[in-house]
Design a protein around this ligand. Structure first.
Ligand SMILES: *Cc1c(COP(=O)(O)O)cnc(C)c1O
Length: 400
């Protein structure tokens, strides 16, 4: 086994080299240790794994297809492009993979109440969905600004029986929603599990979320071997907190011939407060329980971020990505709002698939790279979600 995917990372305290760890108030240490212990027990428990597989298949809609994008491939004139269709999952994105895993864990731990944070609302919807399904009380924390921008998702969560708490502190967005969720968790720890939505936060969340999402890459690896009888040359995924990307990448980390590119949000360009590309303008710091690359000013104040896609609009990136970047195993780049919007429309027109704006960032990178590759090369791009949620958002940005 190569050094990359081996179990030496994270270490027992959740460190990926200098990244990761558990930077939380004392009151959260014990609950996180309890969660970690129960999570690792569940990993070894065939009954838990069987239950998870059952719901992923029967409720979420797995496995998702690995679809050959024939017209996009022809249009770009280079590498053969395959789309991993996470957009076809129930609730429209990969987030349900993790929400399902964590709620089964919560049930196993005897919890009766679920909380979560959400930015765009996608993780909130996935969490409200699995909570309804298992009859658990559900509270979703969402910044007041996001509640306004994503009114439809707020209503959707309420329809599913969740309480949505509009957070009015600070910039009134995702960062503040996470703070509120952590506060709630400390207060209600006995009854409550916190379903964190991405490969971020205090140990064991980054490794746990990655493992619940690695099904994307496990399936894609099996499918490409079936369909092409060989491994892909390149994997591409967008990177918010990093869960859909690490989910695709992880099962291929030991395949040295497979290159990988993570695409962050370049927003209006790499100027302070105009983007969310942590590896472009960020530096090492601690935010919300973990150590990673963060967009901050020289005093350690978290900077404002911007992206046309709310799901990529966060000031920090998951610690495992920072480590994979140091190892030169994954390359990180960015796509601007304009390029993502162009890719959004191109995929709709050529393939009949409206991607999530987040996923459109990955498609934008495919548009850059595929033409420069040979027709024998294979690309797998993670289509992390569908774009129905973004239609209202793009109406005044794409003139038709
Ligand atoms: C939330 C979201 C993302 C970004 O989150 P990651 O944890 O980086 O995957 C990407 N795509 C879609 C469709 C999302 O909903």
């Amino acid at each position: 086994m190569s050094a990359i995917a081996s179990s030496t990372v994270p270490d027992a305290h959740g460190h990926f080299g200098p990244y990761g760890g558990r930077y939380v108030p004392e009151t959260l240490m014990h609950p996180l240790q309890e969660l970690e212990a129960e999570y690792f027990r569940s990993q070894q428990d065939p009954e838990f794994q069987g239950e998870l597989q059952y719901y992923l298949r029967q409720f979420c809609g797995r496995p998702t297809p690995l679809y050959f994008a024939e017209r996009l491939t022809r249009d770009l004139g280079g590498a053969k492009i395959y789309l991993k269709r996470e957009d076809l999952l129930h609730t429209g994105a990969h987030k349900i993979n993790n929400a399902m895993g964590q709620i089964l864990l919560a049930k196993r731990m005897g919890k009766t109440r679920i909380i979560a944070e959400t930015g765009a609302g996608q993780h909130g919807v996935a969490t409200a969905t699995v909570s309804a399904m298992f009859g658990m009380k559900c509270v979703i924390y969402m910044g007041a600004v996001d509640c306004e921008r994503q009114a439809l998702n707020v209503y959707r969560m309420k329809m599913l029986g969740a309480e949505v708490v509009s957070v009015t502190a600070g910039q009134k967005t995702l960062k503040e929603a996470v703070n509120e969720a952590m506060r709630d968790w400390v207060t209600n720890i006995r009854s409550t599990h916190y379903i964190l939505g991405t490969a971020y936060g205090a140990h064991p969340y980054p490794i746990m979320v990655r493992n619940f999402q690695r099904i994307i890459g496990d399936e894609a690896r099996r499918q490409i071997l079936e369909q092409e009888e060989r491994l892909p040359d390149l994997l591409i995924a967008c990177v918010g907190g990093g869960s859909n990307a690490i989910g695709l990448f992880y099962p291929f980390l030991d395949d040295t011939s497979v290159k990988m590119v993570g695409v962050e949000a370049g927003g209006r360009g790499i100027e302070p407060e105009q983007h969310a590309a942590r590896f472009q303008g960020g530096s090492l710091g601690v935010l919300q329980g973990t150590r990673s690359y963060i967009l901050q000013d020289e005093n350690g104040q978290i900077q404002l971020t911007h992206s046309v896609s709310a799901g990529l609009d966060y000031a920090a990136v998951g610690p495992e990505h920072a480590w994979l970047r140091d190892k030169n195993r994954v390359e990180y780049t960015y796509a601007t709002d304009d390029k993502a919007l162009a890719a959004f429309l191109k995929l709709a027109r050529l393939e009949g698939i409206i991607p999530a704006l987040e996923s459109a960032h990955a498609i934008a990178e495919v548009i850059e790279r595929a033409p420069k590759m040979s027709k024998e090369n294979l690309i797998i791009v993670n289509l992390s979600g569908r774009g129905d949620k973004d239609v209202a958002q793009v109406v005044d940005k794409i003139k038709l």
